[in-house]
Design a protein around this ligand. Structure first.
Ligand code: 5AD
Ligand code: SF4
Length: 360
């Protein structure tokens, strides 16, 4: 196979994707990243959109084997920000022209939680004259809940599938998790009218390059609007950590795989939103900038108050936990500048793919 030919194909086959995922030579990789950046520039522009990330609670009813805030990890101090604190952060995002925010937390679906979120969505819409876009990342919920949050004004939802391979999904989660329900949730969100985002973890124990290629094909087949996928990063106090043989090898490989996945996805789905995820930065100080250079177009600066950041550690070495949001703002702007992208302030930055898919 010839790299130049593949990079210029309109339709990539599964074999092409596997070939690209196996690239190791530095010059070849550069060609892949350059091509992906070229596609991004053509279809999205040399632009980066922000979503201010508010991680408002680390209380979680689930026990995902890889995650640092899983229910059974009793070393974590649990917190839930007050409504006032959350609104203060949303206001900060609005005043700093971030365009949109993401509300993320551990998973809960009890009535009290659902109503708490109802209220927050309503109030954020009010305080921003309906201008701030709201993306939710609150896990699996009933269709009714998805519908009411949509009706209240949330318009994008992120729910990672973690792995499109059911067996692997099962290996990552305790028995009470249901792969089929995850798929249904994505379908329900789409039916309701959300812009739908999903993603996977890259490089957890037992996952192969073929599995990752099938994840990319899954995004395509499901006509996904946005993808946030990041390298798996070890967290000591989790069951999955025990399956990691050499953390040094894992880190290097997963950064590498993470960047390749971003670039290949950009070739495969030219007009979707792809996030440069924080987990990349946990593996390399400029990991997210590298992803922007490889075709990603979304950054999610953490705007949670400093006092809560240390307790929202899904994996080790999570970056920016000592900074305050305003420090992050300047730091990020400087970093994005080095890539050659322009930060677009004050816009929702919806995925062009969504409008095409829905004929809006
Ligand atoms: N490494 C990388 N990503 C992780 N997540 C949870 N734990 C880890 C980890 N150890 C990701 C999952 C989840 C998202 C909120 O964080 O993909 O969907
Ligand atoms: Fe909870 Fe999400 Fe972590 Fe799973 S990945 S334990 S649902 S916070």
């Amino acid at each position: 196979m010839n790299l130049e030919v593949i990079l210029n194909k309109d339709q990539l086959t599964r074999d092409d994707l596997i070939y690209l995922m196996n690239l190791e030579d530095k010059e070849d990789l550069q060609k892949l990243y350059d091509k992906a950046y070229e596609v991004k520039a053509e279809y999205i522009g040399q632009k980066v959109y922000y979503r201010g990330l508010i991680e408002f609670s680390n209380v979680c009813v689930k026990n995902c084997n890889y995650c640092g805030i899983r229910k059974d990890n009793n070393k974590v101090d649990r917190f839930t920000m007050t409504e006032e604190e959350i609104l203060d952060r949303a206001k900060w995002a609005y005043e700093n022209n971030y365009g949109s925010i993401v509300l993320q937390s551990g998973e809960r679906s009890d009535k009290e939680f659902v109503e708490f979120v109802d209220n927050i969505i309503k109030k954020i819409k009010e305080l921003s004259n309906d201008e701030l876009g709201i993306t939710l990342s609150l896990g699996e919920q009933s269709k009714e809940t998805y519908q009411r949050w949509y009706d209240l004004g949330a318009h994008r939802y992120l729910l990672r599938i973690e792995s499109s391979n059911q067996e692997l999904y099962n290996s990552l989660h305790p028995d009470d998790h249901d792969f089929k329900r995850r798929l249904e949730c994505l379908a329900e969100m789409k039916e309701i009218g959300y812009q739908v985002g999903t993603g996977v973890m890259i490089g957890f124990p037992g996952q192969t390059i073929e599995d990752l290629v099938d994840d990319l094909i899954f995004f395509k087949e499901n006509d996904i609007d946005m993808v946030g996928m990041g390298p798996y990063v070890l967290h000591e106090d989790t069951p999955t950590a025990k399956d990691v043989e050499d953390n040094g090898v894992l880190k290097t490989r997963n950064l590498n795989w993470g960047l390749k996945m971003v670039a290949i996805l950009r070739l495969l789905m030219k007009d979707i939103n792809i996030a440069a995820t924080t987990a990349l930065q946990a593996l390399n100080p400029v990991g997210r900038e590298m992803a922007l250079k490889a075709g990603a177009n979304i950054l999610m600066p953490i705007i949670t108050h400093r006092k809560y950041r240390t307790e929202y550690q899904l994996y080790e070495n999570k970056p920016c936990i000592d900074e305050e949001a305003s420090d992050c703002k300047n730091c990020l702007a400087a970093r994005v500048g080095t890539v050659g992208d322009e930060i677009v302030y004050g816009e929702w930055g919806d995925s062009p793919h969504y409008f095409k898919r829905t004929n809006k």
